[in-house]
Structure formats: C-alpha cells, structure tokens
Design a protein around this ligand. Structure first.
Ligand code: SF4
Length: 365
C-alpha cells in the first residue's frame, strides 16, 4: 500500500464542509530577505489532507510557487482525489510544457497565474499560456492576475489586449497584497491613506476615486476585456472599510509550510513589518496552532480562533439583518435612514479584530 493510499484508508467519515478555501502552502520563502525555499514535509501535508473533505476548495498557494515542491504532483493528485474543487496559484515561471501536461492531466478547477509585471511579461509566457489554454480540460479556468503598480499600470490595457488572445477566461487587476517594504509602499497604485470618510459609514463611502489617470486606464482595460469577451475584475484604488475582510477569514484557513494554522497568509508571517496609512508598523502574527501537534478540527474550534471569526460573523449578520429589515418590504427613505444609523452604530461597536485593523484587505484593496 502506497504512502497516500495508506493514509486515506483511515480517513474520517464525510462531514459538512465547514471551510470554503483550505489554502495550503507547500513551498515557502520569506518575503523578507533572501531565504532559501522551505518545503512542506509529506507528513505535514498528509495531516492537512485528512481534512480536505471539510473544505469546498483546496487551494495551493503561498509565499513561493507550489510547483517548486519536489513532491508537488503527488500532493496535487492527492488533493484532486480528496477535494471537490482544486486550485493552484503559480507565478508562471514553472509552466513548462511538461508541467503543463502533468497539470492538465490532473485537471484542477482553476489555475491562476500571478504576474510580477514587468519582471515577467506576457512575452515570457505567451507560448506556455496558449499551450495551457489548449490542453486544459474544459472545466479548468485560467486566470491571469496583473498586480498593478505605479510602474506598470500604464501597460494594463495592452496586457488585457494581448492576454485576451490567449484563450484564457479571466483577468484580475489586483493591488500589491501586503505592503512590506518602503519600495512596495512607494510603488502601490492605490491611495495609501484610508481617510475617516472611508471608514464606518458604508453609504457615504465609495464615492472617492483613485488617481484619475489610473482609473482611466482601468476603464480602458475594462472596455478591451468586454470586446475580447474576457471577464475582467479590477480591484479598487481607494480603500473603503468593508463588512468583512476581502480574504474571507470566516470561511478560509491557511496552512503554512510547517503546519501552522492561521486565518490568512499575512498573519502567518513572523516579525513582519508592514505599511499602512504611509506609516511602517510591526504587524503581529496570529498563529492558532500547528497541525503536527494538534488535530485540525480542534484548532478550527480553538477559542481564540473562534472569537476571531465570530467578529466577522457578527458583522455579516448585522448587515444581513439591516438588509432584511430595510428592503424586505416597501422601503422608504426614513426607514432606510433609521436602519442605516443603527447599522452604522452597531458596526462601530463591533470593530474588526485588532490584528486586521491595519491590513488593506479589510478595506477591499
Ligand atoms: S484583514 Fe488582513 S490580516 Fe485580517 S484576515 Fe483579512 S487578510 Fe488577514
């Protein structure tokens, strides 16, 4: 009996899926400094894999390309067998013809290619992306993720024009995810200051726009994507406080390369320094525990982790109650106003967890 088949011989009975995205980082390289790659042990992977059936999706991603792992295909195949949906986010440099063949044989539901543009451009991967689009199973979606910076945003329309010819399904225009260096802070395309008007009042916020020339480039890219019949999803250039973090920590969980469980990849980083509102600060980590020491479900139900999720749960419920009470019957302006005042007050009392307050993801960026 092989390693993985012996493992799954003992799998727990099928239960309700409690997690949307079980995100697994099988290769890690710290974004701080020049560390060498750290690889997830098979024993750690197998511990996490026992719980794949609790998730709607298993997603291979992290601070380094999952394709770098020497046992990547064993792990990916295991996930294919044991999860209902399977995704990978890769930076694209490893999409060689042989990797494309193996990947497409496993038939993941989604392949996202993250573009560190202009270090890598479409010219570096054009043939490979076309090969991937041609060989993939019709159920596999291919998404290109263009990370917008001040240096490259003027190339976004051209990128969409060219990518639209490659047979892909979607293009995301995203922001630099986590601002961890003065350099990335200077290069970000979005407005770094979250003003008071963009916190709290959900109705008033959302009117401000990003830099005019950047908004125009995004609009231009949108029109090109429509013409090419490619779904285009740009991130905003202005942060607005959201009901929940864009990352969905209520339903997503991140398994770091060494088995640590955290709500998201950012909170797994130790000694992280980040920027928010143009000021550098020490971002605290939030490690729930380690699956090599504690059962995954016990970690999921850990009091500190449950309390963390409960804040987001409460905020979502408050918003849903507001929507039901306001719009289920004939709404009038007085009712909308009164209920909104109530929601605004409730959200101010039910603030996002402290570790999230200086993360741009909670402002939708
Ligand atoms: S707000 Fe940021 S730190 Fe908090 S869960 Fe979301 S992504 Fe993680």
């Amino acid at each position: 009996m092989g390693f993985f088949s012996s493992l799954f011989g003992k799998r727990e009975p099928k239960k309700v899926r409690i997690i949307d995205d079980l995100q697994i980082e099988i290769v890690h390289r710290s974004p701080f400094g020049n560390e060498i790659n750290k690889f997830m042990e098979l024993s750690t992977f197998s511990e996490a894999a026992k719980y794949f059936h609790h998730a709607k999706r298993v997603h291979f991603l992290g601070w380094e390309d999952p394709l770098e792992h020497p046992k990547f295909y064993e792990m990916f195949k295991t996930a294919r067998i044991n999860s209902s949906q399977l995704e990978i986010t890769t930076i694209g440099t490893k999409l060689t013809p042989s990797n494309i063949k193996e990947l497409t044989n496993i038939s993941p539901d989604k392949i996202t290619i993250n573009f560190n543009y202009p270090t890598f451009t479409l010219n570096n991967f054009r043939e490979n992306i076309m090969g991937l689009a041609k060989q993939r199973n019709s159920d596999t979606k291919i998404i290109l993720d263009f990370v917008m910076t001040q240096d490259n945003i003027s190339d976004l329309p051209t990128f969409v024009e060219e990518a639209g010819n490659l047979g892909i399904d979607e293009i995301n225009a995203s922001n630099i995810n986590f601002i961890i260096s003065p350099e990335s802070n200077t290069k970000k395309a979005f407005e770094g200051i979250i003003s008071d008007e963009n916190r709290g009042d959900l109705i008033k916020q959302g009117k401000a726009r990003g830099k005019e020339e950047y908004e125009a480039l995004i609009n231009q890219a949108k029109k090109i994507a429509d013409r090419k019949s490619v779904y285009f999803s740009p991130k905003p250039l202005i942060g607005n406080e959201a009901i929940t973090c864009d990352y969905n920590p209520l339903k997503n969980v991140f398994v770091a390369w060494d088995g640590r469980i955290t709500p998201c990849p950012y909170l797994a980083l130790k000694n992280a320094r980040a920027f928010f509102n143009e000021i550098e600060f020490e971002q605290p980590s939030f490690i729930v525990g380690n699956i090599n020491e504690t059962n995954f479900l016990d970690l999921w139900n850990d009091k500190g982790y449950s309390d963390f999720r409960a804040v987001y749960d409460k905020r979502i419920k408050l918003f849903n109650t507001y929507m039901d009470e306001t719009f289920d019957n004939e709404p009038n302006s007085q009712l909308i106003h009164n209920n909104y005042q109530k929601l605004d007050q409730q959200l101010a009392e039910e603030k996002v967890p402290e570790v999230c307050t200086r993360c741009y993801k909670v402002y939708g960026l």
